[in-house]
Design a protein around this ligand. Structure first.
Ligand code: 13P
Ligand code: ZN
Ligand code: NA
Length: 276
């Protein structure tokens, strides 16, 4: 099924769909083993940094062949695309979905850049996500955060025809200094006035109850990145601090396994909410 239909179906059923970032073979396989074990669909996301790290073709092919290898239903998505040019490159490379992140642009310019990507993506039958309101980037203070306004969200979706919209309702990228407190009433009001798939960015560090509340009130796509990097690297650091093993094929699987355990927990958390 294409991603648009899947997200429409899940949105109707008030089900969440997990979108996880991958950075290398190990984090990819960690995620895919979890999705495969639980027979759940998954969105695999690449940021510009991950694309630069692996190379565009390699990154996409790794994701695509991984989905086949582990027999998982999934899609490749550009996360936080900063320009039309990058979105275009990803469309050409066969991405199923691209995000154009104009959240730091003035409203009208965000509309313009999103319209352009929507137009280009149509030719590929690809799915498009945009962001309105501002979810603080990694390492930024959360103070800059401007929450998404429902009327603006409606106007934005109507003007752009975008498939999915990242909303700012109290999350931030990375871990939190204080426990976040999602504005569920605001989310309800956004969901009431727009048919776009709503996306929760910054789920790392958000208490599971709040993620579940968000899903039952309109969020469909749930983005997870930092917790994956964190568990992978923490496990590696721990493994290496007390052994001299140089065969990376013996060490990396321990970190991959922890990614699998983490993602299984998240998939079950989302699934339990969806069945509630
Ligand atoms: P976290 O790093 O907080 O999980 O956010 C992920 C994200 O929003 C990716 O777009
Ligand atoms: Zn994000
Ligand atoms: Na976060």
């Amino acid at each position: 099924m294409n991603l648009k239909n899947k997200l429409n179906e899940f949105t109707r059923q008030k089900r969440g769909l997990l979108a996880t970032n991958y950075y290398n073979l190990e984090t990819l396989h960690g995620v895919l083993k979890a999705a495969s074990a639980l027979n759940e669909p998954i969105i695999l996301q690449l940021t510009q940094s991950s694309i630069d790290y692996m190379g565009l073709e390699t990154a996409v092919k790794l994701g695509r062949t991984g989905l086949e290898q582990f027999n998982v239903e999934g899609w490749i998505h550009l996360d936080h695309g900063a320009s039309v040019e990058l979105a275009q490159k990803c469309l050409d490379a066969g991405f199923d979905s691209v995000m154009i992140d104009g959240s730091e642009l003035p409203f009208k310019e965000n509309i313009k850049i999103t319209q352009e990507v929507v137009k280009r993506a149509q030719k590929y039958g690809a799915h498009v996500e945009a962001e309105l309101g501002y979810v603080a980037k990694l390492g930024q203070s959360h103070g800059k955060q401007g929450f998404t306004q429902p009327e603006e969200a409606k106007a934005f979706v109507d003007a752009t025809g975008v498939d999915a919209l990242a909303v700012a309702i109290g999350t931030a990228h990375g871990f939190y200094k204080e426990e976040p407190n999602l504005d569920i009433d605001l989310l309800k009001n956004i969901a009431k006035v727009t048919n776009a798939t709503l996306v929760l960015h910054g789920s790392s560090g958000v208490p599971h109850k709040q993620v579940q509340m968000a899903i039952s009130n309109g969020i469909c796509k749930v983005n997870l990145a930092t917790e994956i990097k964190n568990i992978f690297m923490k496990t590696l650091q721990n493994e290496l601090s007390n052994n001299e093993e140089i065969d990376l094929r013996k060490v990396f699987p321990k970190a991959t396994l922890q990614v699998t355990e983490l993602v299984k927990t998240k998939l079950l958390m989302i699934k339990n909410q969806s069945n509630a």
